[in-house]
Design a binder for this molecule. Structure first.
Ligand code: SF4
Ligand code: SF4
Length: 346
């Protein structure tokens, strides 16, 4: 086992990973149409590749999270064809091994939160396949990004299920990788064969970790705040666009639909959002969350109260993406600052 390896430069690391792209789908953060997302490096232009180092090593996650590579926005369960009165059903999935370069601690924890839902009985096979097939290379931040609140959520340095940690030695310019799982060890061995070298030390980030908010205190404060007129005010601002849920790395709701054209069709799932009016509408027409206030409340109570009660953890990692993308400026801070009091007294 060779736990710490080094590339002479970020460019060398990208080249070594590129050499592995016949075996792995290698994705990394870049900018596309002005928006930061993870994309396969084999599909990047030279201009996009030149952005990977900055976005992978800076103290802020890209706007798009790693979630779509484990839980895509649209995914087929089965495809079917009718021919000569017979139905031919196929399951087209074939998950390929993938490497995600430049993920952040908030990405690691967001996947661990989704694991709590998708990997518990009954296990979600589509997600599990991709989770098992994914190698996460994670860069810990040295300080907080402008929109980040990860320290309050206790995830600032969390790297539990990361396979390799990555950091830059500023004096030499070397990129250091430290394996911390079996998948990480295997990839480290493969990268050594592609020209990376063993290295005696790994550079740990310097930032001190502050004490996180206590999940039970937030949950209690939220429960005490349920009847506040604040929720009506927030619902008046919200336009119900669901952008917050689609950019959120921990939101995991989906809808299952069938598509058929003539003799062919498919059953697939697509991301859904609790901000849509028909999200909870039942077959008979009854809707237990008929107003926007109900839906706005549900989004925040699910993250800050129900998830604590059901899964023992807050359902938010403080990445700030929802606030950054919300067209009317609603963020986690909007709620946390308002419930204040007991929560801030930690
Ligand atoms: S709710 Fe907002 S801050 Fe929390 S994880 Fe989702 S996008 Fe990030
Ligand atoms: S992004 Fe903002 S406006 Fe859109 S649904 Fe979410 S909170 Fe409402």
């Amino acid at each position: 086992m060779k736990p710490v390896i080094a590339a002479k430069s970020f460019e060398q690391l990208l080249k070594a990973l590129h050499q592995l792209s016949s075996k792995y789908l290698v994705v990394a953060p870049t900018t596309e149409d002005g928006v930061e997302h993870y994309r396969p490096i084999t599909q990047m232009s030279e201009e996009q590749k030149s952005q990977v180092e900055r976005l992978s090593l800076r103290n802020q996650p890209p706007l798009g999270s790693v979630k779509p590579f484990l839980f895509p926005d649209s995914e087929i369960y089965i495809e079917f064809t009718k021919k000569d009165g017979k139905l031919d059903v196929q399951t087209p999935r074939a998950s390929v091994p993938q490497i995600i370069l430049g993920a952040k601690p908030c990405d690691v924890v967001s996947l661990e939160l989704i694991d709590k839902v998708f990997l518990e009985d009954p296990v979600d096979g589509l997600y599990q396949e991709k989770r098992d097939n994914t190698v996460l290379i994670v860069n810990q931040c040295d300080e907080m990004g402008a929109n980040c609140r990860c320290d309050d959520f206790g995830v600032q340095r969390s790297t539990g299920s990361a396979d390799l940690l990555m950091s830059k030695d500023e004096s030499s310019g070397k990129i250091l990788l430290k394996a911390q799982s079996e998948k990480g060890n295997i990839l480290a061995e493969e990268l050594l064969k592609e020209g990376m070298e063993e290295n005696p030390v790994f550079r740990e980030p310097k930032v001190p970790v502050k004490e996180a908010l206590e999940s039970e205190k937030i949950q209690q404060a939220m429960d005490d705040f349920f009847e506040s007129p604040f929720w009506e005010e927030l619902a008046m601002r919200c336009i119900g666009c669901a952008t917050c849920t689609f950019y959120c790395p921990t939101c995991h709701c989906y809808d299952i639909r069938d598509f058929q054209r003539k003799e062919q069709g498919a059953r697939y799932r697509t991301w859904d959002s609790c901000m849509f009016p028909d999200y909870t509408r039942m077959a008979g027409g009854h809707n237990p969350r008929p107003t926007r206030k109900d839906r706005v409340q549900n989004r925040f109570y699910h993250k800050l109260s129900y998830f604590v009660k059901n899964e023992g953890a807050l359902g938010c990692v403080g990445c700030g993406r929802c606030g950054e993308k919300c067209p009317v400026g609603i963020s986690m801070d909007t709620v946390l600052n308002r419930i204040g009091g007991e929560v801030n007294d930690k």
